[in-house]
Design a protein around this ligand. Structure first.
Ligand SMILES: [Zn+2]
Length: 65
């Protein structure tokens, strides 16, 4: 199971499941992720601690040695 915001793996049974109006479910590993997406409407790519931002940086080649 992966967190819908940060993309990190989380053990089944942990975190929180949110059901969207569309009927799709989103898992959140922590309240930080839940709040970031639902309340603040943040883009995961803009946050260093998310998998989305890491892949984004890799694509652009930033941080390569
Ligand atoms: Zn998360």
């Amino acid at each position: 199971m992966k967190c819908g915001f940060c993309g990190h793996d989380m053990p089944p049974g942990t975190g929180k499941v949110f059901v969207r109006k569309t009927g799709k479910t989103v898992n959140f590993c922590s309240r930080k992720c839940e709040k970031s997406m639902l309340k603040l409407g943040r883009n995961p790519r803009k946050f260093k601690w998310t998998v989305a931002s890491r892949t984004e940086r890799l694509k652009r080649g930033v941080g390569k040695k």
